[in-house]
Structures are given as C-alpha cells and as structure tokens.
Ligand binder design. Sequence first.
Ligand SMILES: C=C1C[C@]23C[C@H]1CC[C@H]2[C@@]12CCC[C@@](C)(C(=O)O1)[C@H]2[C@@H]3C(=O)O
Ligand SMILES: O=C(O)CCC(=O)C(=O)O
Ligand SMILES: [Fe+2]
Length: 337
Amino acid sequence: MPSRLSDQLKHPDFASLHELPDSYAWNQRDDGAVGEAFATEVVPVVDLDDPNALQGIGHACRTWGVFQVTNHGIPRGLLDMVECTCRTLFSLPLEQKLKAARSPDGVSGYGFARISSFFSKLMWSEGFTIVGTPDEHFRQLWPHGYNKHCDVIKEYKEEMKKLAGRLMWLMLASLGIIPNQDIEWAGPKADFKEASAALQLNYYPACPDPDRAMGLAAHTDSTLLTILHQNNTSGLQVFKEGAGWVTVPPVPGGLVINVGDLMHILSNGTYQSVLHRAMVNRTRHRLSLAYLYGPPSCVEISPHPKLVGPTHPPLYRPVTWNEYLHTKAKHFNKALS
Ligand SMILES: C=C1C[C@]23C[C@H]1CC[C@H]2[C@@]12CCC[C@@](C)(C(=O)O1)[C@H]2[C@@H]3C(=O)O
Ligand SMILES: O=C(O)CCC(=O)C(=O)O
Ligand SMILES: [Fe+2]
C-alpha cells in the first residue's frame, strides 16, 4: 500500500523552511537513495537543421530514450516569456496559489506532483498542471491581468504542438514507419493535428539540504514524447543502463526530448521510455516546463504492425491514453508491465 503522506500534509511555504524537515529527507534506501550522478556519458544533442538529424534521433532513442534538440524553431523570446509567467505564478503567496489548487480527483491546477502518493517522503517542489486552456485557473490566480499570461501559455502550447508533430514524424520515420501511410491518426498532412497534450510547470525552490532532498522522484512519462524546457539551473537526471544517473546539463536555447511509455508501446520496446528525476539546489531555484504529448483521446496505441512479426511478438496490448493514465495512477512505474 502506498502511504499517503502527501494527502495528510498541507502545502508548505518552502521559503519559511530553513532546515529540511524529516518528511523531506530521502536518505533511506527504500525511497531510492538520492546520491550523486558521476557518470561521464553525455546525453546526445541533435541539431534539427542537420541533414542527419533523423539518424541522430534514431540512435538516441535506441540507446538513451532521451536527447536534446537545438535549432528547433521555438523563438527564444517565447521561451523567456513562458519562463517569466512560470516564475510569476510560483512567486504568488501560497494562499493565492491554493485558490487554483488541483481538486483531489482533478488533473489541472496547483499542487504536489501526482506521483507523490507512491512515496513515503515528500518532494521539494511545486507543480501546476494545465490541461486545455489555462483561463479558469489563471483567473483565480490573477483576477486582474490574467489575459497576458493565458496568451503566453496558449502560444507556447501551439508552438510545442508543431514541434512535437515534427519530432513524432522523425522518431517514427527512424523506425521505418511512414506516418502518412502507416499511422492513420497522423492526419492527411502527417502533422498529428488531432494529438492531445498537457503542460506541467515545475518549480524547485532553493533547498537548505539538497543532498538529502528530492525534487521530483524517478518516473517515466505516460506520453508518446515529452518536450522539456529547463531554466539555466541543472537538476534533471536520466537513468542509463550501465552508466547510472546522468545529469542533463541545460543547453542554452535547447530542449530535452523524452521518449514516453506510449512510444515505448508503439515501438514494441525498440524505443524505451526513459527513467528520470529532478534534483534540487542549495542556492538557486529551478524551473522546468514539460509539454506532455499523447495521441487523440479515442485512439488506441499498440505495437506497430511493421515492428511485429513471427520473431517479434507484440509485447503490449492496445491502450488509449486515458486508460494508460489510469493504469499509471494505480500501478505507477509497473504500469508498462
Ligand atoms: C498527462 C499527464 C501525464 C502526467 C499525468 C497527466 C498530467 C500531469 C503529468 C505529470 C507531470 C509530472 C510527472 C508525472 C509523472 C506526474 O506526476 O504528473 C506526469 C504524469 C505522467 O506522465 O504519468
Ligand atoms: O524538472 C525536470 O527536469 C523534470 C520534470 C519532469 O520530469 C516532468 O514534469 O515530467
Ligand atoms: Fe517527467
């Protein structure tokens, strides 16, 4: 039984904590020891303007399940603006943020990471999940002047959607799957226009005892792919078989792309979803924005016929994104099996 410490506790005001409370100390082994990343391997960086980008992405997905992209076409100014909205949001007084708190069975709004209930220790972070438009919640946060923040988020989601469609095309093509012919829901222009998505804003305040704290515990994303923007403070780590935990350093203007569980299923395990977590910092706060990208709600994802055969039986049964999110909410990191 997961212990539900997160349900019993009130949201903390992190700035008022000058010592790490015991409920946030992750040094016990059963919580996944915190420890440091010493690996010397480097997460691949793919320049999307490079004619060999497709091969680079294929290789990164097969060996890492994660890569960074540059020359992705998202304007730097937009990244700065969305970061600014994020910072403004999390700097609001706690009681203001709680006006937009996520309801116990809801998805959008302010709160602890959803995976908190699977751990007996708390995470040193705050989150805000946006599904659909942010209008309703942003009006609760900023009764006056919420419009400009909504516009930034909407523009960011639009730009992310285009980039995600492009990345889907490249990832699938690198598996020998041609979206125009082989994936019906890719649409006539193979731009994955009907796809669904959520945006997760994460804030990791500076922490008095970072070596014993955990920003966001190890997980895989229940997505096809995730596009992650981190500010200039490192903290994201990915797990690589044989290498251990590897820090993903912020690349100026770069974006991190994670393979999610649904891509893992679609590729019949050829592209494995990447286990990742976020660490915290003693003196600097850290921000990240995850664009969680999945199929249209009615579409079932299953191992693609092109990757299945007599010697490669399908390893997973068909699921919709919603079904998978429910399985994940129940079984967490065992959801794939
Ligand atoms: C569309 C999604 C994907 C969710 C659930 C729902 C909205 C929020 C997403 C996250 C974001 C933070 C990590 C994660 C593990 C979490 O706790 O909430 C994600 C989860 C998943 O990938 O399973
Ligand atoms: O903050 C990070 O770098 C990781 C965030 C993340 O994994 C998520 O939101 O799913
Ligand atoms: Fe994640």
